[in-house]
Design a protein around this ligand. Structure first.
Ligand SMILES: C[S@@+](CC[C@H](N)C(=O)[O-])C[C@H]1O[C@@H](n2cnc3c(N)ncnc32)[C@H](O)[C@@H]1O
Length: 297
């Protein structure tokens, strides 16, 4: 299976679909969410974005669907190219698909011995191995701290620099070997997963793409249009939460003279919606999912 969609009903319900409305699934992947949206549209239209060329093999044959094989940071421009200035809803199911994790050669998973690649977009010139073999120890440490929330980031970075001086680090096993002494007994996989997550976020510039998507959503959504985001780690969730509250990437919402909140959004879910116990039991990858919904004023 390419990908088992997470929080499928909750997220599509969050879009508050109008049967003839226009929607964008900016993370098409295996098309699970897209199929569910289409099943509820009549004469509406759905655009699906994905930057991974592999997702094109899942394209839905339906005249109400248009696949756009692009990074969602170009949302506004590519919608305009399809004569679409505004839409009724945007769904983002962030991060990596199960397919991407399960293909060993993509290098996303700590389970396999694969090329240290981690690119979602095969045209991206920067692989994880380029970062590992070229960043200064300070820059490596910064990215392990910021994106992996690792405590001993600088010491890990120094071990990487020591190993790469002897021989470039090309495959996932080389990286695991280079940092072996920093893996606490019984917690090896946790630390490795944090490290791999940090690298993946940097390779794909995930935080920058999310920032750009969120900012564009203000212009792209019609009044009453919904922004629905599923995130999988605290950095993303924090950014989404703050943006939905304030319409800004950081800081408080602007207030008018009378103290009224001037955020362009109304929160539909005050708290993040998380998967049911049944879903987490059936789909381990849904464990960390957090869904947030806001409506454009
Ligand atoms: C969690 S999966 C989405 C799965 C999808 N909802 C489904 O039901 O199959 C995330 C997908 O978003 C894509 N993606 C991640 N960041 C992207 C970006 N900045 N632009 C376009 N696609 C992106 C990935 O390539 C991946 O296929």
């Amino acid at each position: 299976m390419y990908h088992n969609p997470v929080l499928l009903h909750e997220s599509v319900e969050g879009l508050n679909l109008r049967p003839n409305g226009t929607y964008v699934d900016v993370t098409f992947g295996g098309g699970g969410h897209s199929k569910h949206i289409l099943s509820q549209l009549e004469n509406g239209h759905l655009f699906g974005f994905d930057q991974d060329q592999d997702a094109a093999s899942n394209v839905i044959e339906d005249e109400r669907f248009t696949f756009i094989p692009q990074n969602f940071k170009y949302l506004k421009n590519f919608l305009l190219l399809h004569n679409q200035k505004e839409v009724d809803g945007i769904l983002a199911d962030l991060g990596v698909s199960s397919h991407q994790f399960d293909v060993a050669t993509k290098g996303f998973s700590i389970r396999f011995d694969g090329d240290l690649d981690m690119r979602m977009d095969q045209n991206n010139p920067v692989k994880a191995s380029d970062i590992i073999n070229s960043y200064s120890p300070e820059d490596l440490a910064k990215l392990f701290t910021n994106y992996g929330e690792l405590n001993n980031a600088y010491r890990i970075a120094l071990s990487i620099v020591e190993a790469r001086t002897a021989k470039p680090i090309q495959i996932t096993t080389d990286l695991k070997e280079a940092i072996r002494k920093h893996l606490p007994f019984g917690k090896e996989n946790k630390v490795l997963a944090q490290l791999f997550q940090a690298l993946r976020i940097e390779v794909n510039q995930e935080m920058q793409a999310l920032e750009s998507l969120l900012l564009q959503s203000i212009a792209v959504l019609k009044p009453g249009g919904r922004l629905v985001v599923i995130s999988y780690h605290s950095l993303e969730d924090r950014m989404v939460k703050n943006f939905m509250r304030s319409g800004k990437l950081s800081g408080e919402a602007e207030k008018d003279f009378f103290g009224n909140n001037l955020s362009p959004f109304t929160l539909i879910s005050r708290k993040a919606i998380v998967p049911s116990e049944q879903e987490t039991n059936e789909n381990n990858r849904s464990r960390s999912a957090r869904l947030r919904i806001a409506e454009k004023k």
